[in-house]
Ligand binder design. Sequence first.
Ligand code: GLA
Length: 385
Amino acid sequence: MKASFSELFGGDGARAFFAPGRVNLIGEHTDYNGGHVFPCALSFGTYALARKRSDRLIRLASLNIGDGRIFESPLDGLRYEKEADWTNYPKGVIWAFAEAGHPLPEGLDVLYFGNIPAGAGLSSSASLEVLTGILLRELYVFQDVSQTDLALLGQKAENQFVGMNCGIMDQFASAMGKKDHAIYLDAATLDFEYAPLTLPDAKIVITNSEVKHQLASSEYNTRRAECEKAVSEISRVRPLKTLGELTPEEFEKLKGCLSDEVLVRRARHAVTENARTAEAYEALRAGRTDTFGLLMNASHTSLEKDYEVSCPEVDFLVHEAWKIPGVIGSRITGGGFGGCTVSIVRNDAIDAFRSTLSDRYKKAYDVTAEFYIAEPGDGAHEIMA
Ligand code: GLA
């Protein structure tokens, strides 16, 4: 990256930064419903080399996309532009910093490189946002910007600049990750606890269906709207702000006031998934990995049938995984409509898991699935030479 930086921008003196992707273990589509999530940061993510300029230009390039093309723009008057492609994410973060009272005094040159598969539900965009946040904080010495602020500013960029109404989970995991730990986060308050994730005889295996989650942003925004509608209908009889405030028992009593069957299923997912996530956190802390696995399976069924954010390829990978000996649990992970599954697999079954699943998937869909072993890693940081 250093050689490419000098070639593209001239000279050296750039500082290096990293922000990870994430995999969510359980707690899907609960964050914007005021519930809990349980993700961990990954050891792969996005890297940047960055250096301040003395004028008011922003120059951005990526080694992944655009073949080293430099996207140049003035620092002033930033707004979303379709042609700006992936650079809308970093520009959105610069915009969010300015909105939060941290305008940049001068521009910068940044070169990015990421090793998260794009469109796979492993948060390549959140890692790009949080990475941009940390490099801005360090280069311009915005000392009062905390790691949590990096997550919030990244989310603001995504919601208000890019136009995807995501919750806080991905940016939070990327900013706050801790090696060998998962984060049990209350998305309503941002209170969180780290839970050790060193499984004694099993690993977390991610399987990429290679189905890019294209419907994701429009359908995602629809799910959010459906949940908001459910809240407003329920609140006529039981005042509430989010579905995360209800237990499954309370919901069963209240569901009769919802105007249609689709809303019942959407809301039931949000409520039961939140309860499962709390149970899964307790199970993991108590070393009950099998219980954790069963909760992951139940999470998948709820996402498949009630929330309808899966797709046939991903359902196939999960249903086949459940049949393979040594698989403790398996489910879709991330926003959905394609992307990856996350499975907990006993160490002595990992080879068989990969080969069996890969063969069956290839036969059924003529697609070669990719497998990654997740190593929970640290959140965004500067890389010191
Ligand atoms: C996407 C969003 C998150 C979260 C998940 C679903 O990854 O960015 O905020 O809502 O989907 O759990």
